[in-house]
Ligand binder design. Structure first.
Ligand code: SAH
Length: 396
């Protein structure tokens, strides 16, 4: 077994069960190593600490599969780890019956570089590290066993693969796709999921619980849903009795799917829905010009700060949309505002939103602190896994 020997003192994060070994922590390696190979990680005094996957092209040079340094990393390891992650979802009452569910959330499920989402009987995998890529066969076999799914579709087309020296890959890797569009049920609303070209693996599963909260709070409110994608929040607001829902996105195809979703749900009052293809930054200003007012505004923008390096520019963008939103809200109105940027922490996000309110001269209070649904857990030892944060604020 090849070995990775750490520089003195660089074992500390591993002893806290943090799974990443950065390039700067590696003293040397011994043995022949190809990308994705399993190495035994040793501290500078040659005490074995873990088994990890070697990623020669990434700044994260190795990712831990097991903190048990003698544990074999083989087909049985993936079978066990994947079955355990699936069983954890089955044991949670909010997750057990869901059509759309994240089954494996990378590091936080002990499987770095592996994302797995299930939509009905179709499973979508995303392999983002050399280690996960190397074990793709074992991962696919284990998923077929653990889920009994009909098809597995690969969406390894995220940009992070380039950092690992891996090509983008997507396509069917097991079974057969069902004929016609794939439709899931979320809180009684039918939603189309396009696993081939949709964002992420097709749908924003992480917002499931927050969409339920929107539904619960939407009654009789005039709702503005910014960055609506395929209408997840919009349709839940309609289901919750919203007076009207204006949804904005800059993507034509996303809005087209949103309209298709509405037509798939004849129980919803379609006449209360209005869709607008526009840039949200411009649209928020235009709405003021039109004299529009709202009682609930949802802001769920794309990742403005992929890393801490982009935090400053991102902070200005978050401030701008939150400020414009506060200007459009009636007294007593609700602002449901999110950031999915890893580079913007919870505290900073709250400061930005508070700054926006104070610039507009409004008083607001936080009713709910929001996060990703529990099928996107955050490993206690891996705070980097926390990316989605939100605030439900009510204007005085
Ligand atoms: N809330 C959605 C997910 C939002 S994803 C859900 O629950 O499913 C972010 C969306 O923002 C994408 O659909 C993208 O097309 C859109 N977007 C990105 N930049 C935008 C901009 N400047 N103006 C309008 N929409 C934008």
């Amino acid at each position: 077994m090849p070995e990775l020997i750490l520089k003195p003192g660089k074992e500390r994060s591993l002893l806290r069960r943090h799974p990443w070994i950065f390039a700067g922590s590696v003293a040397r390696t011994e043995g022949r190593l190809r990308p994705g190979d399993t190495v035994t990680v040793l501290d500078h005094d040659h005490r074995p600490l873990a088994r990890a996957a070697w990623s020669p092209h990434s700044q994260i040079r190795a990712r831990v599969w097991s903190f048990e340094p003698a544990a074999p990393v083989d087909h049985a390891f993936f079978k066990r780890s994947i079955a355990a992650a699936v069983a954890r979802r089955q044991s949670h009452p909010w997750l057990a019956g869901q059509d759309g569910l994240r089954l494996i959330h990378g590091e936080s499920d002990g499987l770095p570089g592996l994302i797995v989402d299930r939509y009905g009987d179709v499973v979508v995998i995303q392999l983002t590290s050399a280690g996960a890529d190397k074990w793709r066969g074992a991962i696919i076999d284990a998923l077929v066993q653990a889920t009994g799914c009909r098809a597995i579709y690969e969406r390894s087309d995220s940009e992070v693969r380039a950092l690992e020296g891996l090509q983008a890959v997507s396509g069917l890797v097991h079974g057969e796709m069902p004929a016609g569009p794939l439709v899931i049920d979320e809180h009684g609303v039918r939603m189309v999921v396009d696993v081939a070209v949709g964002h992420k693996t097709g749908f924003y599963l992480d917002q499931r619980e927050n969409r339920a909260l929107t539904r619960a709070l939407a009654r009789d409110r005039r709702v503005l849903n910014c960055f609506c994608y395929t209408g997840g929040f919009s349709l839940q607001a309609l289901a919750g009795g919203a007076a009207e829902v204006l949804s904005i996105d800059s993507s034509g195809p996303a809005l087209e799917t949103a309209r298709q979703n509405l037509s798939l749900n004849p129980q919803l009052p379609a006449a209360r829905a209005e869709w607008r293809a526009a840039d949200v930054f411009d649209a928020l200003r235009a709405l003021r010009g039109e004299g529009r007012r709202f009682d609930m505004i949802i802001l769920d923008p794309p990742k403005f700060a992929p890393s801490a390096a982009h935090a400053e520019r991102a902070a200005r963008a978050y401030k701008d949309i939150n400020l414009q939103a506060f200007k459009l809200l009636e007294p007593g109105g609700l602002l449901m505002t999110y950031s999915c940027s890893g580079g913007i922490g919870v505290e900073l996000f709250q400061k930005i939103v508070a700054g926006a309110a104070s610039d507009v001269g409004v008083e607001a209070r936080i009713l709910h602190r929001l996060q990703a649904a529990p099928d996107h857990p955050v490993g206690l030892a891996v705070p980097e896994g926390e990316y989605l944060k939100g605030l439900a604020c009510q204007l005085a």
